[in-house]
Design a protein around this ligand. Structure first.
Ligand SMILES: Nc1ncnc2c1ncn2[C@@H]1O[C@H](COP(=O)(O)OP(=O)(O)OP(=O)(O)O)[C@@H](O)[C@H]1O
Length: 754
């Protein structure tokens, strides 16, 4: 299926009342509503350009009308297992954010809140219709791509790592590593989360828009439908792209210019990708910007709707033409419709990965539709004569069979759709209503060829050249200014970049996953989040089993965390432990740790070397790492730790003790030394069998799913000890204790000596 492109012309704003309106929508014969955007040639007003799309929304179109006609029909497909992508594209100030997010009032709400509202309504219906047999969960990820860096919008800006979150290719899917996934059960909860997150988005006033988005924002809504036997996941991705800017008109200062350069560059790469796809080039330059890499249409299987936002006035003339040209090319891209099949719950492993492309899919080649282009022709006679010519201007249709589409239209639908607020009858049925095939549909492009004119006009080429010059200038400004985001020590940035590059280079290598964990561990460490860093180092460990340096790093971190815990425990005069576990589960221990870190090293990010050297402390001299591949990583060469003295714990806490006998050892025990009960427990966990895990004491269906999801994120790594288990999302010390105690009851039956 090709990308469905609709255009929306925004109303004239208060400050534009005296401006010339040049963009209009037109309805062609046989259509019930407008599908053509017309505007004059920049060179000669008596000539016009026309562009045809699936639908065109005029200035008075409401949010409700747009949603009902374009997005609402896709919701049921989302619940049938298809992924959905909705883009808003257009130059700055044309109404992208208004379309996607909208205003506060009910009528002004944009596509995103309306989509969520429709999703929750459907969730309730499914649960009700199935009498609770099918459970539907909704979870959100929300991030922005600002100056080619990815930031989690659910995290406050002060918690961001300046280098942003890494992105990875994982079996053909692009994955943002380390995003927060927020379960969200009600619309109200969504609104709170969404409003809060939007405050974290980078916006600024520019001459062209008082609240201009300076980043591309991507909201991923993950829908998990669970029955007794299957789990099906589908995703809706809503993308509010930052608008391209003509910096001759913006009067942007240096900082805005830097942002603008990043925005324009990424949009330029996007256009190049689209161009390359249309030309069936073998190389699509996705990797040249993070935005295109993340959004790569090649991975966007399922349904894709692009809303092209346009300003109606002459001031935007060239930008509008450039946007229209881009959108015309985009609609010729074919996207494979691949349904995310339900997965048996015991086979949950391939399910959970954060990705725009959706889970469980592999990249398939894109194919352009026919090369069909708009042309620039003289103003048709019909306007002078007041009658419609057979074909007054050259337009092309992106529908496959215009004839059948027209014939589908019942005569009573001939009225103006928007005035009546009606749903478009023909489009949903032709595009979405029928259940699409599961596999990629090859197309016979020759049947679609309408015209073979080149798309670019002289004016748009000039505009493009001007834009490129602006970008180059801005890039130069970027080098002069340094970087716009908060400063990061050059050394650390280099290390992180090196590591990212190594991961990229090793994508095919089995160690890539391990390096990803290493990178995340280091990022946590930079932020002073030692517990999380430890968790990531542990997750990385199975990938580097013989690595002495890594082991030493883990040991030293454990020591530090334990010392901190002891400090806290002493201060709070905590009661002696009654069980084999620490009195507080790890998640509780995070808080005092953070509080302490705030005092000892506030904001470790800016001038990092000192702190970093401590955090990334090397192993003792004797622990030379014989493993060349890991040891050769420059980013792991640290200054010797000389000055810092790790506080020796006065008394060790028996945290996550695994054995019933060796009470003095608090280091995690090698698997061989686990008690049979622990081994049994770890076997159950590592089986990733939801039913076996669910049967453990204190673990319900939800927790079992969460554990399996966590394990899926760990790829082939296993949970090797109880401490690791307790660090899994949603687990914690008490749960681990419960699990073990619960197993005591079945021990005899299993033949284990507990
Ligand atoms: N359909 C519409 N109805 C009413 N007002 C609109 C509409 N579309 C846009 N606007 C108004 O136009 C202005 C610019 O819109 P918006 O901020 O959504 O543009 P944008 O394309 O997201 O810009 P940028 O790329 O700079 O972020 C806002 O004041 C917005 O309220």
């Amino acid at each position: 299926m090709s990308v469905r492109v609709v255009a929306r012309i925004r109303p004239i704003l208060k400050n534009e009342l005296d401006k010339d309106t040049i963009v209009s929508a037109e309805t062609i014969d046989g259509e019930s509503s407008a599908t053509v955007v017309r505007l004059p040639s920049p060179k000669n007003d008596s000539e016009s350009f026309s562009f045809q799309f699936s639908s065109v929304y005029e200035q008075d179109a409401t949010q409700q009308q747009l949603f009902d006609a374009e997005i609402s029909p896709t919701v049921k497909h989302l619940f049938n297992g298809f992924d959905l992508s909705i883009f808003a594209h257009g130059c700055t100030g044309t109404g992208k954010t208004h379309t996607m997010r909208g205003g506060k009032s009910l009528a002004e709400r944009g596509v995103i809140p309306r989509l969520l509202s429709a999703i929750y309504r459907r969730c309730k219906k499914i649960e009700k219709d199935s009498a609770g047999a099918t459970q539907v969960e909704v979870a959100l990820e929300y991030f922005e791509i600002y100056c080619d860096r990815v930031y989690d919008l659910f995290e406050p800006p002060e918690k961001r790592t300046p280098s942003g979150l890494p992105i990875r290719d994982n079996h053909g899917k692009t994955v943002v590593v380390g995003l927060t996934e927020k379960p969200c059960t009600t619309l109200k909860e969504f609104e709170q989360l969404y409003d809060q997150a939007n405050m974290n988005r980078s916006t600024s006033a520019t001459k062209l828009n008082a609240h201009s988005s300076r980043s591309h924002a991507v909201l991923c809504v993950k829908i998990t439908q669970t029955t007794e036997t299957t789990i099906q996941i589908s995703r809706a991705s809503c993308i509010d792209l930052a608008g391209s800017e003509d910096n001759r008109r913006t009067d942007n200062n240096k900082e805005r210019l830097v942002e603008s350069s990043a925005i324009n560059k990424s949009l330029f790469v996007l256009a190049q990708c689209v161009e390359a796809m249309n030309k069936r080039q073998s190389r699509i330059p996705y990797r040249e910007s993070k935005m295109t890499r993340i959004l790569s249409l090649g991975q966007n299987k399922g349904l894709t709707v692009m809303i092209l936002n346009l300003a109606p006035t002459r001031a935007y003339h060239l930008d509008t033409i450039s946007s229209l040209n881009f959108a015309s090319r985009t609609k010729k891209i074919e996207v494979a419709e691949v349904e995310n099949d339900p997965v048996l719950r015991v086979m949950a492993k391939p399910l959970a990965t954060s990705s725009i492309g959706g889970a469980n899919i592999t990249r398939q080649p894109l194919r352009p539709l026919a090369a069909a282009h708009n042309v620039n022709l003289p103003e048709p006679e019909k306007q002078k004569k007041g009658e419609k010519p057979i074909k007054a201007f050259s337009v092309y249709s992106d529908t496959r069979k215009p004839a059948s589409r027209t014939s589908n239209l019942p005569s009573q639908n001939q009225g103006v759709r928007r005035a009546e607020g009606q749903k478009r009858a023909a489009e949903p049925s032709s595009t979405f209503a029928s259940r699409p095939a599961k596999t990629f549909r090859s197309t016979d492009s020759t049947s679609r060829i309408r015209n073979a004119e080149p798309t670019m006009t002289k004016a748009s080429i000039e505009a493009l050249i001007a834009q490129r010059i602006e970008e180059k200038l801005a890039e130069k400004a970027l080098q002069d200014v340094g970087t716009a985001p908060p400063a990061l020590s050059a050394e650390l940035q280099k290390r992180l970049d090196d590591l990212e590059n190594r991961i990229d280079a090793k994508e095919e290598d089995g160690k890539s996953q391990g390096l990803q964990f290493m990178l995340m561990a280091k990022q946590h460490q930079v932020r002073g989040e030692e517990v999380s860093a430890l968790r990531m180092f542990r997750l990385a460990q199975p990938f580097f089993p013989e690595n002495v340096r890594l082991e030493a790093k883990i040991r030293s971190l454990e020591e530090r965390i334990r010392a901190t815990r002891e400090d806290v425990a002493t201060k709070h005069e905590s009661a002696p432990l009654a069980s084999t576990f620490s009195s507080a589960p790890p998640s509780h221990l995070m808080a005092p740790l953070k509080a302490k870190e705030k005092v000892s090293k506030p904001k470790a990010i800016v001038n990092l070397p000192e702190d970093c050297q401590d955090d990334f402390a090397p192993p003792p001299e004797s622990d030379h790492d014989p493993e060349p591949s890991y040891a050769s990583d420059d980013s792991f060469h640290y200054k010797p730790k000389t000055a810092r003295k790790t506080k020796k714990p006065a008394k060790k806490l028996p945290i996550f003790r695994d054995t019933d006998t060796d009470l003095d050892t608090d280091a995690p025990l090698p698997t061989a030394h686990h008690s049979p009960r622990t081994k049994h427990l770890l076997d159950i966990i590592n089986s990733r069998d939801v039913d076996r895990i669910k049967a453990l004491r204190g673990v319900g269906a939800k927790k079992a799913d969460a554990i399996v999801n966590c394990l899926v994120h760990m790829a082939d790594a296993e949970v090797r000890d109880l401490e690791c288990l307790a660090l899994l999302k949603g687990v914690g010390g008490k749960t681990v204790e419960n699990m073990r105690v619960g197993l005591a009851g079945v021990g005899g039956g299993c033949g284990y000596d507990f």
